[in-house]
Design a protein around this ligand. Structure first.
Ligand code: ADP
Ligand code: MG
Length: 226
């Protein structure tokens, strides 16, 4: 796996389509546990990223592209999730000042970025937030990056971890965000932010494995081992 920023438009498109395919469900979740604006917030951010696709694709350095992504999300998404996604991508961008990206470096940077999100949100795993999706994803990335598994096998493990994390929020009580006011009434409902994080992670993992970018110089070397 050796990725260049020209893959970004494909990944943004995949994430957007996954959110649109589950728009009703996401809205209903944030209406049940929050104030119902999570879908609108995310849509605003994803549209801003789609509008910047040319510029993002042409970035010569992952650091610049990811910092642009983070800055855009920070200023367009709004809500609690805007500052958390902004933090995630700004942290990734600072750690990944390089032209091409390998899985192991990404896995380390992603784990650090999730720690930055936890600090920013003052949140740990188990508080019924998007951190419950991000943390197991980071752990799966770290574990698989050091293995000799094939790209599809790595994607499958990362997706399974994200889904497990998202599902774990169903039975949790919330102690962060608006859902914390609901007490026991929050039980039985998945957290909207955990669900959208999982949807986007799964979409990006699938896109990385199955749809090589048509952009010149944007092919990927797939690991053949495993
Ligand atoms: P807001 O809560 O401001 O309306 P959104 O609706 O866009 O913002 O996002 C809500 C999601 O943000 C929640 O479902 C939860 O996953 C996440 N969230 C809220 N507060 C925190 C926090 N302190 N730490 C981590 N995630 C949080
Ligand atoms: Mg909300």
């Amino acid at each position: 796996m050796d990725l260049k920023p020209c893959i970004l438009p494909d990944l943004i498109e995949a994430a957007s389509q996954a959110i649109e395919a589950h728009a009703e469900e996401v809205s209903a979740l944030d209406r049940a546990l929050g104030d119902g604006d999570h879908l609108t917030n995310l849509r605003r951010g994803l549209k801003a990223l789609r509008d910047q696709r040319e510029q993002l694709a042409q970035a010569s350095d992952w650091g610049a592209a990811l910092i642009q992504l983070g800055t855009t999300l920070m200023s367009t998404v709004g809500g609690a999730s805007g500052s958390l996604y902004g933090t995630l991508f700004l942290s990734l961008g600072k750690a990944l000042q390089r032209a091409s990206l390998e899985l192991e470096a990404f896995a380390r940077a992603f784990s650090e970025a999730v720690e930055a999100v936890k600090r920013r949100g003052k949140t740990q795993v188990g508080e019924k937030t998007l951190v419950d999706t991000l943390q197991p994803t980071a752990e799966a990335l770290l574990a698989t990056a050091q293995s000799s598994a094939s790209a599809p096998a790595i994607a499958a493990q990362v997706k399974a971890a994200a889904i497990r994390g998202m599902e774990s929020t169903r039975e949790l009580l919330a102690s962060k965000g608006r859902a914390s006011y609901l007490g026991e009434r929050a039980r039985g409902i998945v957290d909207a932010g955990a669900r959208t994080a999982q949807l986007m992670i799964c979409a990006v993992a699938d896109a990385l494995v199955s749809s090589p970018s048509a952009a010149p110089g944007c092919g990927r070397e797939r690991p053949t081992a495993g």
